[in-house]
Every structure is written in structure tokens, then in C-alpha cells.
Design a binder for this molecule. Sequence first.
Ligand SMILES: [Zn+2]
Length: 103
Amino acid sequence: MREDAAAKGRRLLTEGRLVVERVDGRIIEATCRGDTAAVYRLGFGREAEWWCECPALGRCSHLVALQLVVAHKARDGGWAPLEDPTPRPPPAARSRGRGVSPP
Ligand SMILES: [Zn+2]
């Protein structure tokens, strides 16, 4: 079964892989340990951009994990969620009906 970035990011978070190291104003710095045990640095920068040093293109699972924990700030005007450049995955067979949809 293929795991998309959103699902993987959620898993990385629940497995405790993500460590938010610094939050200073609008700046966020974090690390996330991927499945290969490599630790990537990621965060939200002064240019109002999400970044991650991993080789994945676009929104990687590490950023998904980080955005899951900083999403609360977005409604207060703090963080801007990353635009998702990837099309929505087709509804998979494993829709468990939790109805968790992004705002
Ligand atoms: Zn990454």
C-alpha cells in the first residue's frame, strides 16, 4: 500500500519523529527523523516559506507533520499553510470515515 505525504506526515507525528526546536515570532525550526533514520531540518522561514532540507520535491511528509502541529496558529494569522501543489489523491479504499478535512 502506497502512503502519500499526508498520511506519512501524520504517522511521523504520531510516532514522535518530529521535534520542534525553536519558535521565535514567525520563525519555526524543527527536525524530523524519516524512515531511513536520517534527520532532516525543516521549518518556516523569514521569507514566509516552508522549507525542508530533504530531497523530496514539493510538500514532503516532514512538512506535513510540522504543519499538523502549527496549524492552530494559522487561524490567528501566524502561519500560512503551504499551498499543496499536488492533486488530491483518489479516494483510497482505506477511507475510514473520520471526516478529517483540512480547513
Ligand atoms: Zn522533508
